[in-house]
Design a protein around this ligand. Structure first.
Ligand SMILES: *Cc1c(COP(=O)(O)O)cnc(C)c1O
Length: 352
């Protein structure tokens, strides 16, 4: 920190992204990217749009907003598009928290929530997960503050039911509840239909995971028009051109290729279940995942040690040093071929 860095942000510890190595060909199972490329139609769309990059992007993101609105049966005023869903999450921290609305989230969840709380300098309350790594929904009921829940949760992969989400939303009439559905397409049921019924619910989605577009940075939120207008107010105060022209075009082509992505999600779910079973047979504890990753541990080897041994053998997974989960590793579900190599490598490591 230089002597010029603001004292206001003294305590800020930035988010640590998963490694993006350039030196060696790893099997990359550490950042929950899709193992599949975008649909060929999306690649074509990029080429066509690149010739118009001299123009700013549309700050209202009109065409893609309309497409998403009709996909979900909502009005365009109920949709906001952002530069990855991280951006809209940050906007929500800025827009919906203050001394009387502290942010509430779990101790084991998406690492960015505490970063955004510190960056926005808002109070926050951390609720521990239960011993089985599930969320205790009572912790979030009864107007406890602005609620952020990743559903399914990360890095556990565990899903709350729609009934449980509704219970939380219903019991917080004077607080905004933000449900981060980064992984909802891998077996969960989205809460977005509830946004028609409750004026305090925002559902955040991303093209990064199930839509094979992590590198293009595209996220969005669905919610009541009044809440979306609040988020737009923040967006237009920070960066009106937050989504670039290329990404907008790619997003439109992605929505048009819905069936391609549904097939890929189904394939990932199949591979996930097969891999989970193999890991359990090898003595791993595998938390029940409704995402494109598995959160696993094996009492025969430390979490950090397993991470390192896999890395030495060319496979990158994600390890977190937090005491409560340091025995675990988070493994992204890749292609069946990648999972075969993973299983063989794990067998070899456990033997030695
Ligand atoms: C990956 C992820 C996101 C956001 O990713 P973007 O690439 O910014 O859309 C948000 N929440 C959770 C829980 C995630 O895992």
């Amino acid at each position: 920190m230089s002597r010029f860095f603001t004292k206001r942000l003294e305590k800020l510890t930035p988010y640590t992204p998963g490694e993006q190595p350039r030196d060696m060909q790893y099997i990359k199972l550490n950042t929950n990217e899709s193992p599949f490329p975008p649909s060929p139609a999306v690649v074509e769309a990029a080429k066509a749009e690149a010739g118009r990059l001299q123009l700013y992007s549309d700050p209202t993101c009109r065409e893609l907003t309309d497409k998403l609105a009709s996909l979900y049966g909502v009005t365009p005023e109920q949709v906001i598009l952002t530069n990855g869903s991280d951006e809209v999450l940050n906007f929500a921290f800025t827009a919906f928290s203050d001394e009387s609305h502290p942010i509430t989230f779990a101790d084991i969840t998406y690492g960015f929530y505490s970063v955004f709380a510190e960056l926005n300098r808002v109070p926050y309350v951390i609720k521990p997960l239960k011993d089985d790594f599930t969320i205790d929904i009572d912790d979030y009921c009864g107007n406890c503050g602005t609620v952020f829940i990743a559903n399914p949760n990360a890095p556990t992969g565990i899903l709350l039911s729609l009934d449980e989400i509704e219970k939380i939303v219903k019991s917080n009439p004077d607080n905004v509840v933000v449900i981060d559905e980064a992984y909802i397409d891998f077996g969960g049921e989205s809460a977005y239909p509830l946004t028609a019924k409750y004026d305090n619910l925002i559902v955040v989605r991303t093209f990064s995971k199930s839509r094979s577009m992590a590198g293009a940075r595209l996220g969005y939120a669905l919610g009541p028009a009044a809440l979306i207008a609040d988020l737009e107010k923040i967006k237009f105060s920070v960066n009106p051109y937050n989504v670039n022209r290329l990404t907008l075009r790619l997003g439109e082509a992605t929505v048009d290729a819905e069936s391609y992505y549904q097939e890929k999600c189904a394939a990932i779910i199949r591979t996930r279940e097969e891999t989970a079973e193999k890991l359990r047979n090898m003595g791993f504890e595998v938390l029940p995942s409704k995402t494109n990753f598995l959160f696993v541990k094996n009492d025969k080897i430390g979490g950090r040690e397993l991470y390192e041994k896999l890395k030495d053998r060319g496979i990158l997974v994600r390890h977190f040093s937090n005491r409560k989960i340091r025995q675990f590793n988070r493994i992204t579900v890749g292609t069946p071929e990648q999972m075969k190599i993973l299983i063989e490598t794990l067998k070899e490591i456990l033997k030695s």
